[in-house]
Design a protein around this ligand. Structure first.
Ligand SMILES: [Zn+2]
Length: 142
């Protein structure tokens, strides 16, 4: 026995029907013995409903992945820009940020970037030192 999901082209109703084999289905179809349970139309076909649903789900997933790749790519470009234009100070970020702010160092073009704890960032903000936090992707995390 084989179960087909059928669709009526006239009224767009979906319904399941059992056949002993796919050959039987073809035979009955040729003999016009398969009709719609709803409107009796003979314009009944095997439905592609299920695969379509799977495809549309996959498409959504693909779309999401595409968006994620795009965000990742954008972030990486952003990171590259920062690496090219800013001086990396690592864990000394808070210290360096203060020395730029208070000593008005003009040596460093563009600024600095590095790591700081949430606490340090809060302190900097309270002292009126503007910092920006961006998500950072490590090359290894690809
Ligand atoms: Zn119908």
């Amino acid at each position: 026995m084989i179960k087909y999901n059928l669709v009526c082209k006239k009224c767009n109703k979906f319904f399941d029907s059992w056949f002993s084999s796919s050959k039987e289905y073809e035979k009955l179809k040729k003999l016009k013995h398969i009709n719609c349970y709803n409107c009796n139309s003979l314009e009944v076909e095997k439905s592609l409903m299920s695969p379509n649903i799977i495809n549309s789900k996959n498409k959504k997933l693909q779309e999401k992945n595409k968006q994620f790749d795009y965000v990742k790519k954008t972030l990486k470009e952003y990171q590259k820009f920062i690496k090219d234009n800013f001086k990396y100070v690592g864990k000394n970020f808070a210290y360096e940020a203060r020395s730029i702010h208070y000593k008005n160092k003009k040596k460093i073009k563009g600024g600095i970037y590095g790591n700081a704890s949430r606490e340090e960032l809060k302190e900097l903000r309270e002292e009126g030192i503007e910092t920006e936090t961006i998500p950072w992707i490590n090359e290894k995390d690809n």
